[in-house]
Design a binder for this molecule. Structure first.
Ligand code: S3P
Length: 171
């Protein structure tokens, strides 16, 4: 079974995904890291040399590859993955999608300490970051909301997530 963690940058997809995979005995896949390893470039380099559209095309191709590999895996997606092409429908068809939902003010705090590696938010002041997150999250929620499971204010403790997911795990 494939479990796709979706949500905004800083929502904890990777931080929670790794221990979740360990708990379940599943493989852990971080889509951004797969792209970086496969392409031999960082996400920042791909954005700055080829542009966002090229990055989105790569993101779609790597997502497809993960889906085709199948098996048991927790897949941490990029914040924009569900919002392009038919990605949300494809993920919903191939496994369970889990939206880690956090308020913009919480995301600002998390991203302030880790935004340099993220080209979409690098260089923004706290005020600019709050505006960007509030606006972008409003657009993206249309997609995120289609998740099979919505986890509001996920704690860093993975046990609660395992309990919430239990009824959705088959096989
Ligand atoms: C992006 C989020 C990033 C990465 C890229 C674009 C986005 O992933 O895919 O920088 O559009 O929100 P994380 O959500 O893991 O930071």
């Amino acid at each position: 079974m494939l479990i796709f963690l979706i949500g905004f940058m800083g929502s904890g997809k990777t931080t929670l995904g790794r221990p979740l995979a360990t708990r379940l005995g599943y493989r852990f896949v971080d889509l951004d890291r797969e792209i970086e390893q496969g392409e031999g470039r960082t996400i920042g380099e791909i954005f700055s040399t080829d542009g966002e559209a090229a990055f989105r095309a790569l993101e779609g191709a790597y997502l497809q590859r993960v889906i085709e590999q199948g098996g048991d895996a927790v897949v941490s997606t990029g914040g924009g993955t569900p919002c392009f092409g038919e990605h949300m429908a494809e993920m919903n068809r191939s496994g369970v999608t889990v939206y880690l939902k956090l308020a913009p003010a919480v995301l600002v705090n998390r991203l302030l300490s880790a935004h340099l590696q993220r080209p979409l938010v690098a260089g923004k002041s706290p005020e600019e970051l709050l505006v960007y997150i509030t606006e972008t999250l409003a657009e993206r929620e249309v997609y995120y909301r289609r998740a099979n499971v919505v986890v509001a204010d996920p704690s860093r403790d993975v046990r609660r997530l395992v309990e919430i997911l239990n009824p959705h795990l088959v096989g």
